[in-house]
Write a protein that binds this ligand. Sequence first.
Ligand code: TXA
Ligand code: MG
Length: 325
Amino acid sequence: MSDGPNTIRMGATDRGIRAAVALLRRGGTVAFPTETVYGLGADARVERAVAGIYRAKGRPARNPLIVHVADAAAADALIDLPEAGRAAGAAFWPGPLTLVAPVRDGAGIAPICRAGAPTLAVRVPAAPLALDLLRAFGGPLAAPSANVSGKVSPTSADHVMEELTGRIDGVIDGGDCAVGLESTILGFEDGRPVLLRPGGVTVEALEAALGPVAAAGIVEDAAPSAPGQMTSHYAPGAALRLGAEAPRLGEAWLGFGPDPARGSAIARNLSPDGSLEEAAFNLFAHLRLLDDLLGGRGTIAVAAIPARGLGRAINDRLARAAAPR
Ligand code: TXA
Ligand code: MG
């Protein structure tokens, strides 16, 4: 049913959640808001349902999915977390943190979610609507970001509809996502935490709770790639020029902090006050808007973002969006 021409838009109400649950129980795909970005959900226990996610996004089959559950106990039933993983869950769930650990025997998750990996990525989201949906559904939901593979992640129901109308069964409209950047992904090596993707929980917060966190390779694309070459992801149509001091003639401008008029007709500011939280909230929506105004061509010049707190995740997404395609 994922290939039907109609995508139902549901309200953030009990009625909307009931309709979403009905679609999910029939093996459908339904986008829903989390505090990070909108996810494209399907029943994680049903291979055919999860296959609908890969189809709708055009996602490579080698790229595994995050499974969302309603609480840490449900996560514990799916994966075998080391001590540090339990501590991380206790400190940051529900919230923008994903933990990767060996899947338990009998977890009942469709293997397609793991794309061949022995580990499974699990997250307990904090957005009340996401938790309401998970409880009403009564099972685990596989959910990657609800965008076409490789494109900018969606932080509103409109973003989801722009790309996936006719390709998914529905979307629950819960307004804008509060954090605006994907979850932090944490794996473990010999029981020690390893950062797989910077995100909504800062490294500073993780280290305050867990002690040192090692930095690892990045997981956005499991395909072998030339060393030092980042895989394009989170990419608008326009090119990005990062760390810019000002736009050049014809470029759009994405500023950060006090930003005197820069002489570009097409300009946005991630946070005039220099707040990294506000910048994270605005990042994907501003990138989409500037890209639309440029007609998906040309260049967006982007101001330097401080490499601390959420700035690390922002810079990670910008670097991927700027990577060669
Ligand atoms: O905030 C988020 O994490 C959002 C919301 C919807 O929860 N989801 C999200 O999903 O960003 P997605 O699919 O866009 O990114 C998930 C990342 C991918 O880079 C994938 O390769 C990685 O998680 N991943 C999933 N399972 C993994 C595993 N077993 N080992 C390593 N990486 C894994
Ligand atoms: Mg994604």
